[in-house]
Design a protein. Structure first.
Length: 262
């Protein structure tokens, strides 16, 4: 059995930052594995640990810098990784769901996995649609926002989180794409041994031509025209002094605002 886990490196922005045109200065950014994808990796590794002859492969769309993040997935138990990037991707201003779908569908065609796992969404763009879009493109069954998963033969028994606190229990025939919700498991920490072993695991660098695509596949119908920091609707008030002075001033503020009586 082969489990393909789509992962993404996302940028985290410093508390104080500067915007340059339609991007944030690189000096204000740090990079890490997308939170939802961490749970998807753990789900894949647990399937591997519970079964026989299971291979877990991760795939990401990103520059060489992303390999550090990918190796954390390898350190947690994935067997190998694929990184898709080339000049056409580097020049793209924005990768929308359609572009990501084309790329991931190409990888799926090459790898022929039995199960594809993605996070529900990404911390940065929060599209929340890529997994389902990929399933539609490759003709796989799918289930979104999965918060419990059990495999039996060629069937995935899943619990799905729906709106209004409703939970759906259903079965999905493999091959399938499942988008994984946070809280489905407890992602493990990468051990020192795992980190050392990850250094020798394969990260295959693929370009668009390796999955029979060209630059037209990553042309987006979306255009990023402006980036700005939204104005705050209210200001924070800091209370100085010791605990007694702070408590007295806080009480005065609460009375001023009508939260408590005189």
């Amino acid at each position: 059995m082969k489990v393909l886990v789509a992962v993404k490196e996302v940028a985290e922005v410093a508390d104080d930052f500067e915007i340059a045109g339609t991007s944030i200065e690189e000096s204000y950014l740090t990079y890490d594995l997308n939170e939802w994808d961490d749970y998807a990796i753990e789900a894949g590794v647990q399937i591997k640990e519970a079964g026989d002859d299971v291979e877990v492969v991760t795939v990401t769309i990103g520059p060489e810098r992303a390999e550090e993040t990918i190796r954390m997935a390898l350190a947690k138990g994935a067997d190998r990784a694929i990184r898709v990037w080339d000049e056409a991707l580097a020049e793209a201003d924005l990768l929308d769901v359609a572009a990501k779908t084309e790329i991931l569908a190409g990888v799926i065609a090459a790898e022929d996995p039995d199960l594809v796992l993605t996070g529900v969404q990404a911390n940065d763009d929060a599209f929340g649609a890529t997994g389902v879009s990929v399933a539609d493109a490759v003709g796989y069954q799918w289930a979104a926002v999965v918060n419990a998963l059990d495999l039996e033969d060629d069937v995935a028994h899943v619990h799905r989180e729906l709106e209004g606190g409703i939970e759906e229990v259903t079965e999905v025939d493999l091959p399938a794409v499942l988008t994984i919700q946070t809280g489905i498991n407890e992602p493990r920490y990468a051990s020192l041994r795992g980190i050392r072993q990850a250094q020798s695991k394969e990260i295959a660098a693929w370009g668009l031509d390796d999955i029979d695509l060209d630059a037209a596949a990553v042309e987006s119908v979306l255009e990023l025209r402006e980036m700005y920091e939204p104005e705050s609707e209210s200001d924070a008030r800091y209370i100085e002094g010791g605990a007694e002075a702070q408590a007295a001033e806080l009480a005065a503020v609460l009375r001023e605002q009508g939260v408590v009586g005189e």
